[in-house]
Every structure is written in structure tokens, then in C-alpha cells.
Design a protein around this ligand. Structure first.
Ligand code: UDX
Length: 446
């Protein structure tokens, strides 16, 4: 099939490359000439394992090209996939300005029947509004499709080529059949539904996953008080098929470009139809509080006196295997430390530049390796579970730190690792360790 994908962000670029990999003829369009120049030179504007190689192979095979010329791409394609950003407005609603703009440009360029699919996450009703907008500018026949995307950064190619399901929201059988045909090689689970339900599936899925994370984080907070171990609790819960083991890792809360944005947007969507989504409001609130537990633990250790201390931070990305720092808990944690007179040393294997672009370069000592970051620090906070950190020799780490204090925000280490060390170790939802020994269980009075 001939496909144009508009927007070469995470979703657009990965989808475009994967559609080409499936044997389709794909043109990726972006209005940013620097991105297009970079892509045409064989570069990739984002960090995503395996993407560069897959893009290169498909370009060489003549199945994939990049251009800034939207009208020409639209004219050459039967299927147009919109994958531009819908960043949050200050009130949490999705900003649809880019989508509207693209819809108008498509309308002007259409030269015959097209399927116009929206992959960007958009509020319920947006596809219908776009269809109206296009119809007001063009008399050409087209079908509107909602095609929500579920890929995760860091495993985007695998998620796209082996999805759990494909959702096709369509009002017309012909377009639904074409989209089913296009995605058939990927999965047998293709859910064809109406457009509004498809739009809702995306928000409901992300909100549910965010709920799972906040739920296990609250269980972790209770575990800390009753002396239980949340990793075992999650394991025990996860074997129940109705619950499932994934998204039950306690930590410092979720970040990234989707969960924070989509949970706020769904609260707004509900609000517009006079429904207060109380559960989701709590999920967001719990998530916000969770990142500050790292600070609370530091304050606890230093009797509330953080000023003048040196704190090392391992990990800036919102999760490993990505350079994305959007809504990363590290942003607020480091800002809070800096604001309270703490000298922060920070390091991330991949996300240093993107973090500095958002946070600024001032106020933090930027380091180049895990041990260098920890050197002469009064405490170390692990905020992203990169493999590199799990592999560090803990005896060496203990020797470079001024005080062997480790706050593990992602439960990377365990008792076994710490055996024979002097670490004072705080993790999330597990008993604290002092010199490798579990601290006394709290006395429970019921
Ligand atoms: C998410 C959805 O998973 C994906 O389907 C959607 O298309 C986009 O949003 P992504 O933001 O790339 O993907 O990351 P994901 O791997 O889902 O992690 C999101 C956040 O949740 C991260 O900050 C991660 O650290 C956190 N998380 C995840 C937990 O704290 N615990 C878990 O058990 C899982």
C-alpha cells in the first residue's frame, strides 16, 4: 500500500519505518527541515534502539523516504496517517493546533479518495471534527479512521511489529477492511469499532496502566510502614491472571510523554461531560507525591538538614533505553534539591543533553560516568534503572562515596548485592538495610 505518515516524532517515525518493513511504500513528512535533512542523511532525531538500522535498510530498499513536501506526499498515497504531537495545554487539555493545521493541508492537497487515519492521541470527538474540517475545504471523498498507538519508548519497534492488539475506529466498512488488511501481518487481535470508542480505548488503556503504577506505589508506601516487601507482594499479586504481573513495579512514579499528559486529558474530557473522574485524579496526585519520597528519605537520613550536602543522581530519563526526559521525575527531584542548597552531581548514559535542554545547564555538576558522579557525594539517588547502574561494583561505589548512603528509587539492588558492604540502603516499599542488614521491623500495634 502507499502510505504517508505525517510527523516524524516517536510515533510517526517508528510507525513509518515499520509500515515500510512490512513491504509498504512509505513517505514520512515533517515540517521541520532540519529533521528531514537529518533523516535523509541517515540520522535519527530520537534515541530508539534499532530504529536507525531499520530505517536505513528500508531506505536502501526504496520503500521509505522523507520529505517536507506534504502536498506531494498526500497526492502519491492512498492512506494518510497523522502522527503529529498533541502536547498538553496549561490546563491539561490536549493542544490540537498541529492536528488541525495538518488536516487543512491534507484537504488542500487531496487529489482523489484517501483514508485519513489519526494515530496521535486525541480527545473523543476529534476525528469527527477533523473530518468536518476537511470536508469544508475539499470535495474529494475520504474516510476517517482512528488508529490509536500503544508503542512504548525504548521498545517501540518490537511493540509496533508485535502489538498486543490493533484498534481500528471506522464508520465505513471499506476503510475498516483496508486497515485490517494493512495490519493483518502484525496480529490476529484487530478490534474494529466506532471512532469514539477507538479514541476512548487509548485514554482508558493509559489511564488504567497509570492506575496500576500508582496503586502499587501506594502499596509500597504501606509496605515500608508495616515492614513488608513490595516486590514480593507484586509477584504474589501478578500470578493472578486477572491482575497480571506487568506495571506493578514500585518506584518514583511514572513520567514520560504519555501517562502524565493522557491522564490529565482524560480528567478534562470527563469534566467536559460533567463527570468527575475521582479515581484518576487520585492516581495523578499519588504519582506526584511519589517522586518526593526520595527527598523525604534523604531528609530522614540527614535529620532534615540537606543544605550544603552533595547528592549524586544516577539517571535523568523517565525510564531506561530512551533519551526522553519529558515529565521525568528527575526534573522535579533535582530542582527541589538545588532549591534547598544541595550540591547535585548528575549523570545519565543517554539523556544528559535532552535533560540539560529542558532543565538548563546551571546549578548542577554534570558528570560522565557512574562512579565519577558518586565520588565525594554524601548520598547517591538512583532515579532511572539503566543496566549500567546495576552492573556497578558496589564495593568500589562505597569507596568513592563520602558516605555509603544509597537511595534506590527503582529497586535495582537487593539484599544479596549489598551483603558485605557498609551501605545504608533505602529502596521503595522494602525494608531498609544498614551495612547489608535489615533494619528492625516496626512494631505493629493493632
Ligand atoms: C506508555 C504506554 O506504555 C504506551 O502503551 C503508550 O503508547 C505510551 O505511554 P511509555 O511512556 O513509552 O509508554 O513508557 P512505559 O514503559 O509505559 O513507562 C511509563 C512510565 O511508567 C515510566 O516512567 C516508567 O518508569 C513507569 N513505570 C512503568 C513504573 O513506574 N512501574 C511499572 O511497573 C511500569
Amino acid at each position: 500500500m502507499n502510505i504517508t505518515v505525517i510527523g516524524t516524532g516517536y510515533v510517526g517515525l517508528v510507525s513509518g519505518v515499520c509500515y515500510a518493513e512490512l513491504g509498504n511504500q512509505v513517505i514520512c513528512v515533517d515540517k521541520d527541515p532540519r529533521k528531514i535533512a537529518m533523516l535523509n542523511a541517515g540520522g535519527i532525531p530520537i534515541y530508539e534502539p534499532g530504529l536507525q538500522e531499520l530505517a536505513a535498510a528500508n531506505r536502501e530498499a526504496g520503500k521509505l523516504s522523507f520529505t517536507g513536501d506534504l502536498p506531494s506526499a498526500v497526492r502519491q498515497s492512498d492512506i494518510i496517517i497523522i502522527a503529529v504531537g498533541t502536547p498538553p495545554l496549561p490546563n491539561g487539555e490536549a493542544n490540537l493546533a498541529f492536528i488541525d493545521q495538518v488536516a487543512l493541508e491534507i484537504a488542500e492537497a487531496m487529489n482523489g479518495y484517501k483514508i485519513i487515519a489519526v494515530k496521535s492521541t486525541v480527545p473523543v470527538g476529534t476525528n469527527e471534527r477533523l473530518a468536518k474540517l476537511i470536508r469544508s475545504k475539499s470535495d474529494k471523498v475520504f474516510d476517517s479512521i482512528s488508529l490509536p498507538e500503544f508503542l512504548r519508548e525504548g521498545s517501540a519497534i518490537g511493540d509496533t511489529l508485535h502489538p498486543d492488539r490493533i484498534i481500528v475506529g471506522a464508520e465505513c466498512q471499506r476503510a475498516a477492511d483496508t486497515m485490517t488488511e494493512l495490519h493483518k501481518p502484525l496480529t490476529e487481535h484487530i478490534v474494529v469499532t466506532d471512532i469514539r470508542s477507538a479514541e476512548m480505548i487509548k485514554y482508558a488503556s493509559n489511564a488504567f496502566l497509570a492506575t496500576k503504577i500508582s496503586f502499587i506505589n501506594e502499596i509500597a508506601n504501606i509496605c515500608e510502614k508495616v515492614g513488608a516487601d513490595v516486590t514480593k507482594v507484586a509477584e504474589g499479586m501478578g500470578y493472578d491472571k486477572r491482575i497480571g504481573p506487568s506495571f506493578l513495579k514500585a518506584g518514583i512514579g511514572y513520567g514520560g510523554s504519555c501517562f502524565p499528559k493522557d491522564t490529565s486529558a482524560l480528567i478534562q474530557i470527563a469534566g467536559h461531560v460533567d463527570y468527575e473522574f475521582k479515581l484518576l485524579r487520585s492516581v495523578v496526585e499519588v504519582n506526584q507525591g511519589q517522586r518526593f519520597n526520595v527527598i523525604r528519605k534523604l531528609e530522614n537520613i540527614f535529620d532534615g538538614k540537606l543544605e550544603g550536602k552533595t547528592v549524586a543522581v544516577w539517571g535523568l530519563a523517565f525510564k531506561p533505553n530512551t533519551d526522553d526526559v519529558r515529565d521525568s521525575p528527575a526534573l522535579e527531584i533535582i530542582q527541589h534539591l538545588v532549591d534547598n542548597g544541595v550540591k547535585v552531581k548528575a549523570y545519565d548514559p543517554i539523556a544528559m543533553e535532552s535533560f540539560q535542554a529542558l532543565f538548563g545547564k546551571e546549578g548542577v555538576e554534570w558528570c560522565h560516568g557512574a562512579l565519577e558522579t558518586a565520588r565525594d557525594a554524601d548520598a547517591l539517588c538512583l532515579l532511572t534503572e539503566w543496566d549500567e547502574f546495576a552492573k556497578v561494583d558496589l564495593l568500589q561505589l562505597q569507596n568513592v562515596l563520602r558516605q555509603p548512603i544509597l537511595i534506590d528509587g527503582r529497586n535495582v539492588f537487593n539484599e544479596e548485592h549489598l551483603l558485605g558492604t557498609d551501605f545504608i540502603y533505602y529502596s521503595v516499599g522494602r525494608p531498609n538495610l544498614n551495612q547489608g542488614v535489615k533494619q528492625q521491623m516496626p512494631v505493629l500495634q493493632f
